[in-house]
Design a protein around this ligand. Structure first.
Ligand code: HPA
Length: 237
């Protein structure tokens, strides 16, 4: 048991999928895993452990934003022995070539700050995804025929952004989409010698104002979870 995760050590798998929304953790666990059991309900931040094609997986809500994700990922790694952490979540598209429903695999993430800023000081650390996971996810997405983009994203501290000038620079420099968690996930994985990746579905678009209707969100989420599971277990039959 930790402050935020009410599980015993053996309840959490080495591979953890991290949706921001705890209800999405429940949906993904019930949809994709066998022998599912609830392993965390502290603050309603639901976590479930089950098996996918014989491999044990935990799906744990991370909450919204890097400070919340940082709490769960620190405890998952330090107290429960998590080794492979894959964020599954939504993002806003930031390029004309990116459409809603597409998947983005975040190679790296730009930020203004992260919860790790305090130890990085003047260093502009470049958070990056694990290459093996990224490659396996790209292969899984290609096999499914899901339109997928691989590149840099922006992990923002705010959803209601007040800096259009910064967004303009990021669009200009090829940033594919904006979300609020991946950079800190990648930094924590680097610090603790773990593997991390963010697999994101484009739910809305900053340039066009388009947004995925809720009726269609489930389908894109389904693709994203399958890609994440196949990336974690590329040899699963
Ligand atoms: N901004 C930040 N996070 C997001 C967005 C957005 O537009 N869409 C989905 N997650």
């Amino acid at each position: 048991m930790t402050i935020h995760i009410g599980a015993e050590k053996g309840d959490i798998a080495e591979t953890v999928l991290l949706p921001g929304d705890p209800h999405r953790a429940k949906w993904a666990a019930e949809t994709f895993l066998d022998d599912v059991r609830l392993v965390n309900n502290v603050r309603g931040m639901l976590g479930f452990t089950g098996t996918w094609k014989g491999n044990t997986v935990t799906i744990q809500g991370s909450g919204m934003g890097m400070p919340s994700l940082s709490i769960y990922v620190n405890e998952l790694i330090r107290d429960f022995g998590a080794k492979t952490l894959i964020r599954i979540g939504s993002c806003g598209g930031m390029q004309d070539s990116v459409n809603v429903r597409d998947v983005i695999l975040a190679m790296t993430s730009t930020t203004l700050s992260t919860p790790s800023r305090g130890i990085m000081k003047e260093l502009n650390f470049a958070p990056c995804a694990d290459w093996g996971l990224l490659q396996a996810a790209a292969n899984a997405a290609a096999a499914k025929g899901t339109p997928t983009h691989v590149g840099g994203i922006y992990s923002s501290d705010v959803f209601y952004d007040e800096r259009p000038d910064l967004n303009e620079q990021m669009v200009r420099h090829g940033i594919l989409g904006v979300e609020m968690e991946a950079a800190e996930l990648y930094i924590l994985a680097a610090r603790h010698k773990c593997r991390a990746l963010a697999v994101l579905t484009v739910s809305d678009h900053l340039l066009t104002g388009e947004a995925l209707p809720s009726s269609e969100r489930e389908r894109s989420f389904r693709d994203m979870v399958e890609i994440a599971l196949q990336a974690a277990f590329p040899d699963a039959a």
